[in-house]
Design a protein around this ligand. Structure first.
Ligand SMILES: [Zn+2]
Length: 676
């Protein structure tokens, strides 16, 4: 472990003399601090600056911190599990060992993948070519949707936001390849550059897939023109954050009227869904545009578009030159990494993507002890209680709205570690040595697993992340907060860490997820997960004006000259961080009551340790390429602003570090934002 406890040496020595003493607990990492930085000017630099300068971002990564490093270390553990499964020659067909072992075994065999060359693509290309008219093309599209190639629209299961106990069919806009519409339409140089690079990439990948260079160049223009039309009809990333902007309950007859050139009865028949199923169309304008294109765009162009989508989606699973070209654009150009991850790691990630609960079950058994679950349950309970106290203490909210907010707190549903009910993969046909087919089998499983939920009561035991994932989420229609085993390890959480570290890291993460229930999106859902207003008009107005403060704060955070965060895009995450830091600090303070005060660490008080833990957990270095894409499409701000943004609004932080009122880390008066 990198985590060392300098000042705890004394305690360690003592406890070695006293039998059966509790071992010394890890504290903050004082060696990671940049002591030349002023915590009141740039806390992000102070808390973790030395770590970042001593640990440059590895060539294959777009971001790096102890948390990202822990995520990569998890992959070493997953590799051990997969190699052990792959070695078992007699694992029964359909068992977890057989499925993940054979999938990993197929994936890792690069020479076999290369020797098959473009062979696996051929039946799919032939299928697209065989379409004689738009009806034939639709059959092709349906087959492609079955293997997770869902363009130019997708139909998947989602909770009905007006009746969240039921899963409805949800049609979304999925026609573009670049990160969002501005990449096609934006006038700024960075978008123009991305368009040029993208076109080069399309041409190169098509050439590798067997097109002549003339054909590939012509195809690229066709593809780009079609995607530009899709982009023009799509909503922008900020608008997509508003749940009401994509809430369009639609009857089957209305769907047919909206897009009459798609044979919907045939599409639903293929999906094995009754046409009576409840249905939402996220972007009706987009679907109408697709329909127009089905009349106006020649069949040959549609075929070109589908072939590109096929080649693009399958490139990472084909020959080495195709994998490399895929990386050159998506990994290098868009994320700034200079080296590909080793094949074994890409195979681990792919197994986690497609067979995640099979692999995750083994991971959780081995690496997530029941004590950790119990400790997390206690922390979540304390954080929920703190959020309740916080709401009760708000001076700006009426009792009427508070009552509703507390009802919502009471129905929060935490999930910790891993699912109680696992997905069953036993029927999936995975054969060693048939990597492409095994990948398709996994994709078919993912599609069918989702489709099977539509039109049925919601299953609250389903998870949206796999157990090894180093992440967490809030789902408003379920009113649930979810913490997979993968994030429940240092630096976020440790059974051996002092409370300041656990509350400052995972505590703030828990508070963040709880606060999502009350951010710009979550606040629109009630205690039963319904998209339904529960605020008085006056309170809602006050909430929005408080949120506007955060929007303004983040609008002014720059990535580089000319590129800054969009406050409205990162609003939910930033309300989450601000509320999360506040209530986690409340819980930590409460935990100290009636106990002897914990020791200072290297002169840092317990309160300072709490904030340093957050600064170190979120202390990411990030490549500029990745930061640019994040600023454009990611609702999360970059690490620097996830640390300095919320803390500069907290009087508790100012007090802990005795910052002067005019410090950069202290927002004063009207500039100080407080939502929760
Ligand atoms: Zn979040």
């Amino acid at each position: 472990m990198m985590r060392m406890c300098k000042i705890a040496i004394f305690v360690c020595l003592c406890s070695s003399l006293l039998l059966a003493q509790t071992p010394a607990r890890h504290g903050i990492d004082v060696a990671d601090l940049d002591r030349n930085a002023d915590p009141c000017s740039d806390f992000f630099q102070f808390a973790n600056g030395t770590w970042r300068s001593n640990n440059p971002i590895p060539a294959s990564m777009p971001r790096w911190s102890k948390r990202w490093a822990a995520g990569e270390t998890t992959k070493d553990k997953l590799k051990d599990i997969l190699e052990a499964s792959a070695k078992q020659s007699n694992a029964p067909k359909g068992s977890i060992d057989q499925i993940i072992g054979d999938y990993y075994g197929s994936c890792i065999d690069e020479s076999k993948v290369n020797s098959r060359g473009l062979e696996p693509l051929k039946p799919w290309i032939a299928k697209i070519d065989s379409a004689k008219d738009m009806a034939g093309l639709q059959r092709t599209m349906e087959d492609m949707h079955d293997i997770l190639l869902v363009v130019p629209f997708s139909l998947s299961g989602t909770q009905d936001p007006h009746n969240p106990t039921q899963v409805m069919a949800d049609i979304a806009a999925t026609g573009i390849t670049l990160p969002d519409r501005d990449y096609y339409l934006g006038k700024e140089d960075r978008f123009k550059d991305a368009r040029d690079k993208y076109k080069d990439h399309v041409t190169k990948l098509l050439t590798l897939a067997g097109w002549s260079s003339t054909d590939a160049t012509a195809a690229t223009q066709t593809i780009f023109d079609m995607e530009t039309k899709f982009a023009e009809a799509s909503l922008d990333t900020v608008t997509l954050r508003d749940p009401s902007a994509t809430d369009h309950k639609t009857t089957f007859a209305q769907l047919q009227a909206l897009a009459p050139h798609i044979d919907w009865p045939e599409y639903f028949r293929h999906k094995q869904l009754p046409t009576t199923v409840d249905l939402n169309v996220q972007e009706p304008k987009y679907l109408a545009a697709v329909d127009r294109m089905m009349q106006e765009t020649p069949l040959a162009d549609w075929k070109t578009y589908y072939k590109w989508q096929l080649v693009n989606s399958m490139a990472p699973f084909l020959t080495t030159p195709m994998v490399e070209e895929d990386f050159a654009f998506n990994g290098k150009y868009l994320s700034g990494a200079s080296e590909m991850k080793p094949r074994w790691k890409r195979c681990v990630e792919s197994t986690d993507n497609l067979y995640g609960e099979a692999l995750g079950k083994k991971y959780a058994e081995k690496y997530f002890p029941p004590e950790a679950k119990a400790r997390m349950q206690e922390m979540v309970k304390n954080l929920l209680a703190a959020m309740k106290d916080d709401i009760l203490s708000l001076t700006w909210m009426s009792d009427e709205t508070k009552k509703k907010a507390l009802e919502k707190i009471a129905t929060f549903y935490p999930k910790i570690g891993y699912p109680d009910k696992w997905k069953a993969y036993s029927h999936v046909d995975v054969k060693r040595g048939m990597f492409f087919q095994d990948m398709l089998a996994g994709r078919r499983f993912v599609v069918e697993d989702d489709r099977s939920t539509i039109g049925k009561p919601v299953d609250r035991e389903r998870w949206g992340l796999t157990p090894p994932t180093s992440d967490a989420y809030y789902n408003p229609t379920m009113n649930e907060i979810v913490f997979p085993a993968g994030i429940l390890q240092p630096p976020a959480f440790s059974m051996d860490a002092v409370d300041a570290v656990n509350y400052g890291a995972i505590g703030v993460v828990i508070g963040h997820e709880i606060s999502h229930g009350f951010d710009d999106q979550g606040s629109q859902y009630d205690q039963l997960g319904r998209l339904q207003n529960w605020w008085t008009d006056d309170d809602l107005k006050k909430f929005k004006s408080r949120a506007a403060c955060v929007v303004d704060q983040f609008d002014n955070y720059y990535i580089e000259p000319g590129v800054h965060h969009t406050g409205k895009l990162v609003l939910g995450e930033s309300i989450g961080d601000l509320g999360g830091a506040k209530i986690a600090f409340m819980v930590y303070q409460k935990s100290l009551e009636g106990k002897p005060r914990p020791a200072d660490i290297d002169g840092f008080t317990p309160e300072q340790q709490f904030f340093i833990a957050w600064g170190q957990f979120r202390g990411d270095a990030i490549r500029i390429e990745q930061a640019r894409v994040m600023a454009q499409v990611d609702p999360h701000p970059i690490g620097k602003y996830r640390v300095n943004g919320p803390l500069s609004n907290l009087p508790e932080f100012q007090k802990a570090f005795s910052c002067k009122a005019d410090s950069a880390m202290v927002r004063q008066g009207e500039k100080r934002c407080e939502v929760w």
